[in-house]
Design a protein around this ligand. Sequence first.
Ligand code: C2E
Ligand code: CA
Ligand code: CA
Ligand code: CA
Length: 276
Amino acid sequence: AKEQGRNAFSFFSEELNREARERRHLEGSLHRAFANDEFFLEYQPQIELRSGRIFSFEALVRWQHPEDGLIYPNRFIPVAEETGLIRRLGEWVLRTACLQCRQWQQPGLPPVRVAVNVSGHQFNQPGFIDMVDRVLEETELDPELLELELTESSLMAGAQESIMTLIDLKVRGIHLAIDDFGTGYSSLSYLKHFPLDRLKIDRSFVRDIVKDLDDRAIVEAIIAMAHSLGLRVLAEGVEHEDELELLKERGCDEVQGFYFAHPLLPAAVEENLKVR
Ligand code: C2E
Ligand code: CA
Ligand code: CA
Ligand code: CA
């Protein structure tokens, strides 16, 4: 047993070492990545079920690392958050997405919004609103065409202050969504004070909605609650037709997921907009 304990310990410490090394490695190259223009955005369509129309695209950041190849945000956003680089990255994402969205507006076609993810580390930072104002001014995007996605946990972290910040954003006409709903803890009594437009049901509930009756019940309850608060409901991670059918029956308003489209490069977005 002693022997085993030692092995387990050395296994864990090796694992921790490996993670620490990876973090240091990414941290070092994150600084360089800005200078070298290594980030880019993909855009995933958000579809309104009633009309079948793409009403918005969610911007998702990627990192083309010169040696390590393509890196997805779940690996580097946490590192950017720990090092404070998230503010710089977040501002870059917002500016790039706003510029892109302006190009999508076409005469004679309904307006298309862009949805941008905001880390709690950005949102709960003094100066966040000023940064948003500056970017909107520089890019000349109509604030009505911007949606910010805030996670449940970052809103609840400082719920009182969150309400004030959300109101400040809302008066500018910016749309607001609560992301990953159902994964954090939400105080429902706060939720009604947040001036939100949209609630995004986390993929973990959608994934099993066909087979798992508990998840289905949770989704039904979330939809009913959101509607009673006047929020639109978007289900994320829709991959199959049977999931879509269930969501439609349950009165879900909007969807996003591989069933409709993967995140797309800007050229492919423009193709999609032309077809419609
Ligand atoms: P999220 O905001 O929940 O974004 C949805 C994630 O699910 C994206 O992963 C998207 O590619 C993926 N996805 C969409 N449809 C499907 C589907 O049908 N099936 C499956 N399996 N996955 C689907 P991605 O791009 O790797 O992003 C992961 C997370 O990283 C995002 O989760 C978000 O929390 C964060 N993130 C992405 N871009 C940014 C950003 O610019 N800023 C910040 N702060 N966070 C970001
Ligand atoms: Ca999101
Ligand atoms: Ca999500
Ligand atoms: Ca997520």
